[in-house]
Ligand binder design. Structure first.
Ligand code: B12
Length: 214
């Protein structure tokens, strides 16, 4: 088996120390950072989630897997954002209140930075009022909301409503994402954009940003 499947297995098994060695080794072998991310790390987390769903893994193990992914990202992130320019626009990113998942959001942030957006990543479990405050302060072009749980998806329309109530809705484009969030849900709640993953979020964010004045 190749190094990428070793990386996938190390995430699955939550081997926080081994993962660092393996990622370095993969880079030495000439693997691209985005391939290591997509075909190694993300695949490992996907398998972890499947095992959790089947009752074969439990929360502490899921946590070890996510820690392994985070360790690996410390090495990969500088390579992924290399040469990023800035100046394309501003984005505020947050995982909605009640939801602690932040790995996907981090990846979206990294890709946005690479594409030249200036990012304020508010992290996970962010109260709606705090998102509104950040939009007031930063005046971003894009607000990116993440949710990984079927029940926290329902906080997304609350954020849209709060932006509307504060007179901010027309000045930003709101993108939504996260595993349970699909295009039809985005349409239903009146979000401006949706993307399946961080890579495909970039062209959509750029297109939305260009619909706004400077
Ligand atoms: C790691 C993990 C955890 C870790 C999170 C650690 C962390 N710091 O993030 C821990 C152990 C803490 C955890 C906790 C829980 N988890 Co969990 N977790 C996962 C797991 C295995 C991986 C998630 C992940 O990081 N994926 C990798 C990233 C790269 O993918 P992603 O998040 O989907 O993001 C990509 C896209 O969705 C998109 N995207 C994401 N956000 C955004 C935003 C925008 C704007 C855009 C455009 C795109 C976008 O781009 C990203 C990058 O490409 C998933 C399984 C899965 N298949 O998703 C379960 C999963 C999400 N968890 C689940 C559950 C049930 C829980 C718990 C409720 C368990 C419990 N009983 O306590 C708790 C929730 C606690 C809470 N209140 O939030 C379920 C959710 C089921 C559901 N639909 O509701 C899942 C699906 C597992 C399963 N199959 O049952 N979890």
């Amino acid at each position: 088996m190749g190094i990428l499947s070793d990386i996938k297995n190390a995430v699955f098994d939550g081997e926080e120390n081994k993962i660092v060695e393996l990622v370095r080794q993969a880079l030495d072998e000439g693997q691209a950072a985005n391939e290591i991310l997509d075909k190694g790390l993300v695949e490992g987390l996907r398998a972890t989630g499947d095992a959790f769903e089947k009752g074969e893994k439990f929360i502490p193990e899921m946590l070890l897997s996510s820690e392994s992914m985070k360790r690996a990202m410390v090495i990969l992130k500088p390579l992924l954002v290399e040469g990023a320019g800035g100046g394309f626009g501003k984005a505020v990113l947050a995982t909605v209140e009640g939801d602690v998942h932040d790995i996907g959001l981090e990846l979206v942030g990294t890709m946005f930075e690479t594409a030249g957006f200036e990012i304020r990543n508010m992290g996970p479990d962010v109260p709606t009022e705090d998102i509104v405050e950040a939009v007031k302060e930063d005046k971003p072009h894009i607000v990116g909301l993440s949710a990984l749980l079927s029940n926290t998806m329902d906080v997304m329309p609350d954020v849209l409503e709060a932006l509307e109530k504060n007179g901010l809705r027309d000045s930003v484009k709101v993108m939504v994402g996260g595993a349970p969030v699909k295009q039809d849900f985005a349409d239903e709640i009146g979000a401006d954009g949706w993307a399946y993953d961080a890579a495909s979020a970039v062209p959509k964010a750029k297109a939305l940003r260009s619909q706004l004045p400077d």
